[in-house]
Design a protein around this ligand. Structure first.
Ligand code: PLP
Length: 400
C-alpha cells in the first residue's frame, strides 16, 4: 500500500490537472458514506456528482458486477448480448421512448443526439443552413460537439471557434424561444433542471411551448436528463413531470451505478434517422455496464427510492428554509437541490463542510448543489443539515 503522501505525490506528478481536487485520498465507500485513508467518515451529498443513486457499493450493484465479470465482460457491438437487450427494453418501458443507443457517458449520449439533430437538419436544409438551439448556462459535455451546445462562456471561450449552427436562448423566456425557432431549426436541446448551471428548473409552461414549437417547425426536442433523470427528482424522468414527450432523451450518470455508461434514447421518426454505419461506440452498452444498469433500475423500484427521494428532498429543503436569511432560495425537486445563499460564500461552505465530514458542492460562489444518494435516510439528512447550520453560523460570525 502506498502512503497518503506518496499517492498525492504521484497524482501531482502524473495526472493531468484539469480538476480542482478536494484534499484527501479516498479509499472506500459504503451507503451514503465515503472513507479517507485515515478512516475518517464523510457523509457524501455529492454522490459522485449525481451518479451513485444507490449509494456506494450497494450489494445489488456489487452482485451484478461480480456475476457478470465472471460470465462475459465485453464482446463488441457486432454481437448481441442479453444484458444490453434487457436494459434497452427496461429503459424504453420506463421512459416511453422507442430505441436506445448505448454510449459510455453523458457527453457521448449528447454527441449522439447532436449527430441525429445534424442529420435531421441537413435533410431539412441540404445547403447546411440549419440551427440547433440550446439554453444559456446549460451543460451538455465538453467534447467539441457537446461543448458547442454548452452555452457557458467559461467552458466555451478557450476553444472558440466551436461548431457553427448553434445558438442559445435564456431559460424560461417563452418570447425569446418563439423568436429563436424558425424553419431552419433542426433541434432544441435542454436540461429540464440545469445541473452545472446551479439547479435551475425549466417551467412546465416553457417545456410545453418548446414541445409545440418543435412540432410546428419539424424540429427535434432533445431532453438532456444526464443529471436530473433516473429517479433523482422522485420521478423516473423530469420530462414526465413536465408533461412533454421528447424525440431524443440523453441519460448517463446514475445509469451505471458508478460504471461508465450512457444512453441516447429516440422516439418516433427520430428513431429512424441514424442508419447502420452512421454511429458507433466500442464499449457502449457492454455486458458489464448494462447488466449493472438493469440492477440499478430494478433496485430503485424494489426499494421505493422514488418515494424516498421526494420525502428526503422535502425534509432537506424545509430544513434549509429554517436556517434563516442566509438561505435566499431553495430550488429543484426530490434529491436534486440548489441552495442560493444571500452571500457569495458557497465555496467556503463546501470547504468547511468537508472538514466536518460532509462532501457537497458549489456550482458558483452563491449556490450549493446537493445530490445525495436516493437511499439517504432522515438521520443522514438531519446530520447534513446540522453540519450546514454549524458552517453557515460560523461563516456569518466571521463576516460580521
Ligand atoms: N449533460 C448533463 C446535463 C450533465 O450534467 C453532464 C455532466 O455533468 C453531461 C451532460 C456530461 O456527462 P459526462 O460527464 O458523463 O460526459
Amino acid at each position: 500500500m502506498l502512503s497518503n503522501e506518496n499517492i498525492q505525490a504521484l497524482d501531482e506528478k502524473y495526472v493531468l490537472h484539469t480538476y480542482k481536487r478536494m484534499p484527501g485520498v479516498f479509499v472506500r465507500g459504503k451507503g451514503c458514506y465515503l472513507y479517507d485513508e485515515n478512516g475518517k467518515e464523510y457523509l457524501d451529498f455529492l454522490a459522485g456528482i449525481a451518479v451513485c443513486q444507490l449509494g456506494h457499493c450497494h450489494p445489488a450493484v456489487v452482485k451484478a458486477i461480480t456475476e457478470q465479470a465472471q460470465t462475459l465482460l465485453h464482446t463488441s457491438n457486432y454481437l448481441v448480448t442479453e444484458p444490453q437487450a434487457r436494459l434497452a427494453k427496461k429503459l424504453c418501458e420506463i421512459s416511453g421512448m422507442d430505441k436506445v443507443f448505448f454510449t459510455t457517458d453523458g457527453t457521448t449520449a449528447n454527441e449522439t443526439a447532436l449527430k441525429i439533430a445534424k442529420k435531421h437538419g441537413l435533410a431539412k436544409r441540404p445547403d447546411g443552413d440549419y440551427e440547433i438551439i440550446s439554453l444559456n448556462n446549460s451543460f451538455h459535455g465538453r467534447s467539441l460537439g457537446s461543448l458547442s451546445a454548452t452555452a457557458q462562456p467559461r467552458y466555451q471561450d478557450p476553444f472558440k471557434p466551436l461548431l457553427p449552427n448553434f445558438k442559445s436562448v435564456p431559460i424560461n423566456d417563452v418570447a425569446a424561444l418563439r423568436n429563436a425557432f424558425s424553419d431552419k431549426t433542426a433541434a432544441f436541446t435542454f436540461e429540464p433542471i440545469q445541473g452545472e448551471g446551479g439547479v435551475m428548473p425549466v417551467t412546465a409552461e416553457y417545456a410545453r411551448e418548446a414541445r409545440d414549437l418543435a412540432y410546428k417547425h419539424n424540429a427535434l426536442l432533445i431532453v438532456d436528463e444526464v443529471q436530473c433523470g433516473l429517479g433523482r427528482t422522485g420521478h423516473w424522468f423530469v420530462f414526465q413531470h413536465l408533461g412533454v414527450e421528447p424525440d431524443i432523451l440523453c441519460l448517463a450518470k446514475a445509469l451505471g451505478g458508478g460504471l461508465p455508461v450512457g444512453a441516447c434514447l429516440t422516439r418516433g421518426d427520430a428513431a429512424h434517422i441514424l442508419k447502420p454505419g452512421d454511429h458507433g461506440s466500442t464499449y457502449g452498452g457492454n455486458p458489464i455496464s448494462t447488466c449493472t444498469g438493469l440492477a440499478v433500475l430494478e433496485t430503485i423500484e424494489k426499494e421505493n427510492l422514488l418515494e424516498n427521494a421526494i420525502e428526503m428532498g422535502n425534509l432537506l429543503q424545509s430544513g434549509f428554509k429554517k436556517l434563516g436569511p442566509i438561505v435566499e432560495e431553495t430550488r429543484g425537486s426530490g434529491l436534486m437541490i440548489g441552495i442560493r445563499l444571500s452571500k457569495p460564500i458557497a465555496r467556503d461552505v463546501v470547504a468547511q463542510a468537508l472538514d466536518l465530514g460532509l462532501i457537497t458542492n458549489a456550482t458558483d460562489e452563491w449556490t450549493l448543489r446537493l445530490v445525495p444518494p436516493l437511499t439517504v435516510n432522515a438521520a443522514e439528512v438531519q446530520k447534513a443539515l446540522s453540519i450546514f447550520e454549524n458552517v453557515l453560523t460560523a461563516q456569518l460570525a466571521t463576516a460580521r
